[in-house]
Design a protein around this ligand. Structure first.
Ligand SMILES: CC(C)(COP(=O)(O)OP(=O)(O)OC[C@H]1O[C@@H](n2cnc3c(N)ncnc32)[C@H](O)[C@@H]1O)[C@@H](O)C(=O)NCCC(=O)NCCS
Ligand SMILES: Nc1ncnc2c1ncn2[C@@H]1O[C@H](COP(=O)(O)OP(=O)(O)OP(=O)(O)O)[C@@H](O)[C@H]1O
Length: 196
C-alpha cells in the first residue's frame, strides 16, 4: 500500500513522518531529497546557478536567496520546479522499488495535491491545524517573515481543500500525544483495509 502524507506549511508533516518512522514504516521525504540535490556537491547546483545566477556557492544553494527569487514570481518558480521535480520523482521511484515488499510505504510530499501525485496513491493523509496555530508556528521559525509566509500560503492549495480531498485528516492542533494517537488509529485502519 502506498500512502501519501501532505499538508500546508507548518502543519506538522515532518513531525508525523517521524512518528511513522518510529513505527517502522519507510517514509520518503521529498523535502530532504530536494535539500540533498541542492546541497554541497548536489546534482542540481550547476543548473540552478545557470538559471538563477548568484544563488549557489561551494556549500550548495543559498536557500533564502533562491526562495526570494521564486516565492512571489510564478514563472521563476515554475522554471525551478521543472528542474527539481523530475529529479525528486526519480528518487521516489527508487524508494518505492526498494520497499515494494513492505505492507505500507509512505511518501511525505509537501506538494502532493499541487502536483497531482495524489491520484496514484492508495490513501492520502493530510495534517491540519487551525490557521492561527499554523501562523504562530511558522512565524517562530528563524528567517521567516509575515510577507514570506503570505507568499507561500498564496501558492499552496488551501488547507480546507486538502482536507476535503484526504482519506484521513490528522489533526495537529492539539498535543503531540493526541496526534500520535490519531496516527496509530489511522495505521490500524489502513491495516484493516489491507486485510480486506
Ligand atoms: C526555493 C527553496 C530553495 C526555498 O527553500 P527554503 O529552505 O527557504 O524553504 P522550504 O523549502 O523549507 O519551503 C518553505 C515552505 O514553502 C513550501 N514550498 C517549497 N517549494 C514550494 C513550491 N514549489 N510551491 C509551493 N510551496 C512550496 C514548502 O513546502 C514549505 O512549506 C525551496 O523551497 C525549493 O527549492 N523549492 C522548489 C522545489 C519544490 O517544489 N520543493 C517542494 C516539494 S518537493
Ligand atoms: N500536535 C502536534 N502535531 C504536530 N506538530 C505539532 C503539534 N503540536 C505542536 N507541533 C509543532 O508544530 C511544528 C510543526 O512543524 P513541522 O516541521 O512538523 O511542519 P511541516 O508541515 O513539516 O512544515 P513545512 O511544510 O514547513 O516543512 C513543530 O515544531 C511541532 O513540534
Amino acid at each position: 500500500m502506498i500512502v501519501g502524507l501532505t499538508g500546508s506549511i507548518g502543519m506538522g508533516k515532518s513531525t508525523v513522518a517521524e512518528m511513522l518512522r518510529r513505527q517502522g514504516i519507510p517514509v520518503f521525504d521529498a523535502d530532504a531529497e530536494v535539500r540533498r540535490l541542492q546541497g554541497p556537491g548536489g546534482l542540481l547546483i550547476q543548473a540552478i546557478e545557470a538559471m538563477f545566477p548568484g544563488t549557489t556557492s561551494a556549500s550548495g544553494v543559498d536557500r533564502p536567496a533562491l526562495g526570494a527569487a521564486v516565492f512571489g514570481d510564478a514563472a521563476a518558480l515554475a522554471r525551478l520546479e521543472a528542474l527539481v521535480h523530475p529529479a525528486v520523482a526519480r528518487s521516489r521511484r527508487l524508494f518505492l522499488r526498494r520497499y515494494r515488499s513492505r505492507p505500507i510505504a509512505v511518501l511525505d510530499i509537501p506538494l502532493l495535491f499541487e502536483t497531482g501525485g495524489h491520484r496514484r496513491l492508495d490513501a492520502v493523509l493530510v495534517v491540519s491545524a487551525p490557521a492561527w496555530k499554523q501562523r504562530r508556528r511558522v512565524l517562530a521559525r528563524p528567517g521567516m517573515t509575515p510577507a514570506k509566509f503570505a507568499r507561500i500560503r498564496a501558492i499552496q492549495v488551501p488547507d480546507a481543500v486538502k482536507r476535503r480531498s484526504a482519506d484521513f485528516v490528522i489533526p495537529t492542533g492539539g498535543t503531540i500525544g493526541q496526534t500520535r494517537a490519531s496516527v496509530r488509529a489511522i495505521l490500524a485502519c489502513l491495516a484493516a483495509r489491507r486485510g480486506r
